[in-house]
Design a protein around this ligand. Structure first.
Ligand code: FES
Length: 163
């Protein structure tokens, strides 16, 4: 069967439509994909070999401050809790990461491993409005409405892999 002039025009129009759709959707799809810079920082590996008990390391993950904490083997939170999302997933972990952005208005909570004058247990203290979090990032007191977010993480040898 021989291709007619009509078939040729159909192919031409069909090809133009496909090229138009591709030209329109490609920039949209490309803008949704993570940038090379984002991919570089989407996984952060933190050496935890030299992290002391009650120590902290602050790293950046996806542009956010992340606190890597190490608690003693037998650490147990015995105080009150306003939120308890994190203790359920972190209580058996000795080393873990929390996103260090206060859930009230976004300040960076400070690690107080020995407590302070107002609160004698190890805790995270938000200096902006006095929010207090457990070492697991659950709220104990103050205005924060939610626990600190827990990023995806796993331990591989001496490294905590975040992301
Ligand atoms: S920003 Fe942390 S308590 Fe307000």
């Amino acid at each position: 069967m021989e291709a007619t002039r009509r078939d040729f025009l159909d192919y031409l129009i069909g090809g133009s439509i496909l090229a138009g759709i591709g030209g329109f959707t490609y920039p949209i799809v490309k803008s949704l994909a993570p940038s090379k810079e984002e991919l570089k920082t989407s996984v952060v590996r933190v050496n935890i070999k030299d992290l002391e008990t009650f120590g902290v390391k602050v790293v950046s993950w996806k542009g956010k401050p992340v606190l890597v904490l190490k608690l003693p083997e037998n650490f147990e939170w015995k105080g009150d809790l306003k939120t308890e999302d994190n203790i359920k997933v972190l209580k058996d972990k000795k080393i873990f990461a929390l996103i260090g952005i206060c859930t009230h208005l976004g300040c960076i909570p400070l690690w107080r491993p020995k407590g302070d004058a107002d609160f004698h247990e190890p805790h995270l203290h938000c200096p902006c409005h006095g929010g207090i979090y457990t070492p697991y990032g659950d709220v104990v007191a103050g205005p924060p409405p939610a626990s600190l977010p827990v990023p995806p993480q796993k331990i591989e040898g001496n490294m905590l892999v975040i992301g």
